[in-house]
Design a protein. Structure first.
Length: 363
């Protein structure tokens, strides 16, 4: 598009230009699933470690957004651990007070800071109507043993007030080394409270991860409504799925606020995320590959490398091969250009070989 064409919104304000956006990745989904697992099994602490500059801080904010949507009564905080020349109790609790929204985190003595921290968290939990609170400690490798002990004190103080605090330590690979060092030193009280589970966090690794990110960003082709023609087999499967969810199968009775594909969490009023659906389909491909690997090892290995986008490709290829018009397939795939749809056409050489095979097939 020409830069001279007037636009309704200044391009410099686009989220990609300002950096004000959140896009899911497979690593973020794994992060979120770890948090949900901790909540489900009452694992009070876990560490998430990985190299610097791969999006761990953005991942925390994305996970907090998901938690706010799927667990609206749960309170979460994001504490940015600061680099300090010396590790003192006052600055440590002032940092946590700032994270929980205290108006004057540096005021008062150390004991009063401890009391205010518990008070602020207890008040937030009461307002939310839940006794569960999550604390994400970013750059947690900056903590030392004393600060981990102070975190344990916070856990104990809140536990006496019937509030469960889950702590997620997020930082660089040194976190894992700290856990190992504490285990060797016999500091099991810290590990058992704050470092029970662990997750290796990674950034964008390959084209599959990029495709997942784009799928998460380009939901509904730019969030625009559209119509897709379903073949009878797909429509039957959709009807069965809706029946299992106790939802009407007649379009006229569909509630536009209800997602067609629901979240796998208990609350099915929210839609499934693109990353979660990606993971479900990848597991399906892997299960099919296990079934056929004895008879078709090459095909099984190919299927293990498959991504959900392959289903997109398969749909288009089969539709065109069975006589569907190029424009029809374009509209069903919601391509802006027919040139994009044309890549799914079989090459002349493939078509020629197939036709010759069919012409001289043994009868």
């Amino acid at each position: 598009m020409s830069v001279d064409v007037p636009r309704p919104i200044d391009p410099s304000l686009h989220p990609l230009a300002t950096g004000n956006y959140r896009i899911a990745t497979p690593a973020i989904q794994a992060f979120y699933e770890l948090v949900v697992r901790c909540l489900h099994y009452r694992i009070m602490g876990a560490l998430i470690y990985g190299p610097s500059r791969i999006g761990k801080t953005r991942a925390i904010e994305y996970v907090r957004l998901l938690l706010a949507r799927n667990y609206p009564k749960m309170t979460s905080y994001h504490a940015q651990c600061e680099h300090k020349p010396r590790h003192a109790e006052g600055p440590f609790f002032a940092n946590l007070l700032e994270a929980v929204g205290d108006p004057d985190p540096n005021a008062g003595s150390n004991p009063s800071k401890r009391m205010r921290l518990s008070l602020r968290i207890r008040e937030a939990a009461a307002r939310a109507g839940s006794g569960t609170v999550l604390l994400f400690c970013d750059e947690a490798q900056r903590y030392n043993e004393n600060e981990y002990e102070w975190l344990r004190d916070v856990h104990d103080a809140l536990d006496r007030q019937q509030i469960k605090l889950f702590t997620l330590l997020v930082g660089q690979q040194e976190l894992l080394a700290q856990k190992t060092g504490l285990q060797i030193a016999g500091k099991t009280q810290i590990v058992a409270r704050l470092m029970v589970d662990e997750l290796s966090f990674y950034g964008i690794r390959d084209a599959e991860d990029v495709a997942t990110c784009l799928d998460g960003h380009l939901v509904g082709k730019g969030s625009k409504p559209g119509k897709v023609a379903l073949p009878p087999l797909a429509r039957t499967a959709l009807d069965q799925y809706l029946v299992q969810r106790r939802r009407p199968i007649t379009p006229a009775r569909w509630d536009p606020r209800t997602p067609l594909l629901a979240s796998l969490e208990q609350d099915s009023t929210t839609s499934i995320t693109g990353t979660r659906l990606w993971n479900v389909m990848r597991r399906f491909f892997a299960q099919v590959a296990d079934v056929i690997t004895a008879d078709h090892p090459t095909l099984a290995e190919k299927l293990r490398r498959a991504s959900p986008h392959w289903m997109h490709h398969t749909h288009a290829t089969h539709a065109l091969a069975r006589g569907a018009e190029l424009t029809t397939v374009r509209d069903n795939l919601r391509h802006a250009s027919i040139a994009t749809t044309s890549i799914y056409l079989q090459s002349d050489e493939v078509k020629r070989a197939r036709q010759m095979t069919e012409a001289f097939v043994a009868r």
